[in-house]
Write a protein that binds this ligand. Structure first.
Ligand code: NAP
Length: 319
């Protein structure tokens, strides 16, 4: 039986692995069979992670985190968790390759998935004009014409932020009414660089090596038109990856895992959460890493308490 099994290999998972490994807990990281490293594997230059003054490529940052975790003794399993039983003292995890892992504690760091537009060539343009992160990629669109898709707080926040760089930001929304809070709406719509494009759905991405324009469909009339732009930021919401745990663990109304105050303690003893899977607000690599540290320390204290209790019971039984 393992002391700690960590599910997920983004910044939260690797940080939890580094801390628990250094604490001598020999963590197992179940890191996915296809895409180890999480959302940062889709990013190019990461310029806002402290310690890299000239930036670092997302995949390189994740590779370094993994190397650091393995250096301290974390074991990495390239497999997917497909079934969990977390309610008892003994946690049991089953994987796609048919293996079973038993653990005294589990750290869930499965992240969240950006919603995509569902367009055919979305993957091809990702990192070539198409982005899901204004904080990460906005800098690359200095004096360019760009668009933001969405009508919620994220879209308006990103559109407003992107006016620092872009010469013009089209806010492309599928209705003629925004979902975002009033204050965010006022701030964005008062900005001269932001031009709303109402009742519009992006139905096609155009360009050779990089994005050059998008095809818009009017959601009322069905008419099509082409809008020239060099960057498109998709901000249509995120979904925390909780499908595996949703029937065993408490979730908040927004679908993230519910934790006790500022800790990582979930509704189940011995089960901890870290990173985007519990964070509907910040969703940055650095906040996920910090959250991974919290989960590791909570797991460490939980295991120490279990050991103390077992030792006390053993002494009482002997007496
Ligand atoms: P959200 O509130 O769910 O808004 C998603 C937006 O994307 C909606 O306007 C929606 O359109 C649109 N959309 C969804 N699917 C689409 C699709 N397939 N094609 C085109 N448009 C689509 O998500 P969010 O903006 O990420 O916000 C999530 C939560 O975080 C919210 O509770 C929000 O308040 C919070 N948040 C807060 C702040 C802040 O306070 N600073 C910043 C960011 C986020 P419809 O409106 O037509 O449904």
């Amino acid at each position: 039986m393992h002391d700690v099994v960590i599910i997920g290999s983004g910044p939260a998972g690797w940080t939890a692995a580094i801390y628990t490994a250094r604490a001598g807990l020999k963590p197992i990281v179940i890191a996915s069979s296809v895409e180890t490293g999480g959302e940062l594997m889709k990013t190019t230059e990461v310029e806002n992670f402290p310690g890299f003054p000239t930036g670092i490529q997302g995949p390189e940052l994740m590779a370094q985190m993994q190397e650091q975790a393995e250096h301290f003794g974390a074991e990495v399993i390239y497999d997917d968790v497909t079934d969990v039983s977390l309610t008892g003292d003994l946690k049991v995890l089953k994987t796609g390759l048919g293996d079973t892992y038993e653990a005294r504690s589990v750290i869930i760091a499965t992240g969240s998935a950006y919603r995509t537009l569902g367009l055919e060539n979305e993957q091809r343009f990702s990192g070539h004009g198409l982005s899901w992160c204004a904080t990460c990629d906005g800098f690359f669109f200095k004096d360019r014409i760009i668009g933001v898709v969405g009508g919620g707080d994220s879209a308006l926040e990103e559109a407003t932020f992107l006016t620092r760089f872009a010469s013009k930001v089209y806010l492309i929304h599928r209705r003629d009414e925004l979902r975002a809070s009033k204050i965010m709406q006022q701030r964005a719509l008062a900005n001269d660089k932001i031009e709303p494009v109402w009742n519009a759905q992006v139905v096609q991405l155009n360009g050779d090596n990089a994005l050059e324009s998008v095809e818009l469909e009017d959601t009322v009339t069905g008419e099509h038109r082409t809008l020239a732009l060099e960057g498109l930021f998709v901000a249509i919401g995120n979904d925390p990856r909780t499908e595996l745990f949703a029937d065993q663990i408490d979730l908040d109304a927004d679908g993230t895992i519910s934790v006790d105050g500022r800790s990582s303690r979930t509704s189940l003893p011995g089960v901890f959460a870290a990173g985007d899977v519990l964070d509907p607000t910040y969703r940055q690599a650095i906040t996920a890493a910090g959250s991974g540290c919290v989960a590791a320390l909570d797991a460490e204290h939980y295991l120490a308490d279990l050991d103390d209790r077992a030792a006390t019971e053993a002494v009482s039984a002997d007496a």
